[in-house]
Design a protein around this ligand. Structure first.
Ligand code: NAD
Length: 481
């Protein structure tokens, strides 16, 4: 049994009161690790450590901070295999993705952040008059808290920590209780790489240590990647102190296929790279509503069904596996409740719908849901409006551009949207009119480091970047006296 500890002030420590949480391997349903169940005392200790480390870290020349971040990037490269295996064991995200996509991407992300340290200290000079000079300075906030979800712990950890540290903040990361082992292991690997207290990691429940951190008076900024409900809870908890917030929240993204599209590419784009493989639909940008133009409706349903039939559900550590399990018993029950709801709401089952040992008999304790597609003409159904966060999509037909746009935008969420067409004018119209933070045309789920990634409406606001972890100060100097 692997036992992980918090990283606080450079020390690897258990929760102050010794409590732990079980971490379950979702492919087997078995407990494989224990993580700290931190509470208020641990939150206090982490904030004190981050606060103590802030003056020196923020005063360090920016290029020296960049050097430190490059050392972190090397840790990702040197321990890629180990970290990928831990994350795959912990949350079921297939090794193909953790090892071959996420970890190489993290090395790039940390190196890119290291190269952006000067952006965090770059200001404007404005000559306001012969003896009057205007200056702007960018400054770090101080102690930053990053709250992250379970579906991509290493990626979301990096998006927050790398940028916040590059800007001169000190950081506390709170990984999700369902899957925090990879981030806690990173804490072990980074304990001697960064000065004590500059990066702190505390595991535990959102309503305990998470709440204690976001309420803490010495926390200057919070960045959450998680559900819309948690975004609302953090807004309420931090309202009195008017803390600046960045929210990357849920989604119900439309993937829109026009009859003129390259249908081979579109089929791959709406199935393999969108809702089913990778993380079994447990991605914030999952294209969970597939809008199909009527002339190709039957053909696309058949194509999507054939592509889904080619997906291999099995042990996520096996490199041949193309789809893994649902992360936890709780999330598994939630996804299953939506399968029941889809039937109650009168949708047509196109394929899928089986769960558990029927799907992967070799691993009967795992939380398996097979790729599932429903069809309906009613976008107001709950299965079309609510985020399911599993390998469950709904297909909706449309005739015209206007109708497709109306269905796409008829959602409380606005994280991402995909468009499949060869018509350049239409592509530009949809890029302009889709209410989403990210629009992909003839591609899907591309989130290269260095480009903004955020949402609109209930999907949140802001995004993680070096500049987002700085605030600006203006100075006016009268140089005559
Ligand atoms: P969640 O909101 O339940 O939990 C996210 C994190 O918030 C966890 O660390 C949790 O412990 C913490 N938390 C919960 N309540 C808290 C509170 N009151 N105070 C402080 N912290 C609290 O989300 P989840 O189930 O872990 O992740 C799935 C959700 O995340 C989905 O909605 C998904 O769309 C979203 N997500 C969004 C993005 C994005 O970039 N937009 C990326 C990945 C996941």
């Amino acid at each position: 049994m692997d036992v992980y500890r918090n990283l606080i002030g450079g020390d690897l420590v258990p929760a102050a009161d010794g409590r732990t949480l079980d971490s379950v391997n979702p492919a087997t349903g078995e407990v494989w690790a224990r993580v700290p169940a931190s509470g208020r005392a641990d939150a206090e200790a982490a904030v004190a450590a981050a606060r103590a480390a802030f003056p020196r870290w923020s005063a360090l020349p920016a290029l020296a901070r960049g050097q430190a971040l490059r050392r972190v990037a090397r840790v990702f490269a040197e321990h890629a295999e180990e970290l990928a295996r831990i994350e795959t064991t912990d949350n079921g995200r297939i090794l193909r993705d953790t090892l071959h996509k996420d970890l190489p991407g993290m090395t790039v992300l940390w190196e890119l952040a290291a190269g952006q340290v000067l952006d965090a200290v770059r200001g404007d000079t404005v000559i306001l008059g012969p003896d009057t000079l205007g200056l702007t300075r960018r400054e770090p906030y101080g102690v930053v808290v990053g709250v992250i979800p379970w579906n991509s712990p290493i990626s979301t950890f990096s998006a927050k920590a790398a940028h916040a540290l590059a800007a001169g903040n000190t950081v506390i990361v709170k990984p999700a209780e369902q899957a925090s082992a990879s981030v806690l292991r990173l804490g072990e690997l980074l304990a001697d790489v960064l000065p004590p207290g500059v990066l702190n990691i505390v595991g535990g429940l959102g309503e305990e240590v998470g709440e204690a951190l976001v309420r803490h008076r010495d926390v200057a900024k919070i960045s959450l990647t998680g559900s819309t409900e948690t975004g609302r809870a953090i807004t309420r908890a931090s309202a009195d102190a008017l803390k600046p917030l960045t929210f990357e929240l849920g989604g119900k993204s439309p993937n829109i296929v026009f009859a003129d599209a390259d249908l081979d590419a579109a089929t791959e784009g709406v199935t393999v790279n969108s809702i089913y493989t990778g993380n079994a639909g447990q991605v914030c940008v999952a294209g969970s509503r597939i809008l199909i133009q009527r002339p190709i409706w039957e053909e696309m349903l058949a194509r999507i069904g054939a592509a889904a039939a080619g997906i291999t559900l099995a042990d996520p550590l096996d490199p041949r596996t193309t789809m893994g399990p649902i992360v936890s018993a709780g999330q598994y029950e939630r996804v299953r409740s939506y399968l029941e709801l889809a039937a109650k709401e009168g949708t047509d089952l196109v394929f899928g719908g089986r769960t558990g040992a029927d799907v992967v008999p070799a691993l009967p304790g795992g939380y398996w849901v097979e790729p599932t597609l429903y069809a309906t003409t009613d976008n107001s159904l709950r299965v079309c409006q609510e985020e399911i966060f599993g390998p469950v999509a709904v297909a909706l037909p449309f005739d015209t551009e206007e109708e497709a746009l109306a269905i796409a935008n008829d959602s409380p969420y606005g994280l991402a949207a995909g468009l499949w067409t060869r018509d350049l004018g239409r592509a530009h119209r949809f890029v302009r009119d889709l209410q989403a933070g990210n629009v992909w045309v003839n591609t899907f789920r591309q989130m290269p480091p260095g480009l903004p990634f955020g949402g609109v409406k209930d999907s949140g606001y802001g995004h993680d970047s070096v500049l987002s972890y700085t605030r600006e100060k203006t100075a006016i100097l009268n140089t005559r006296s």
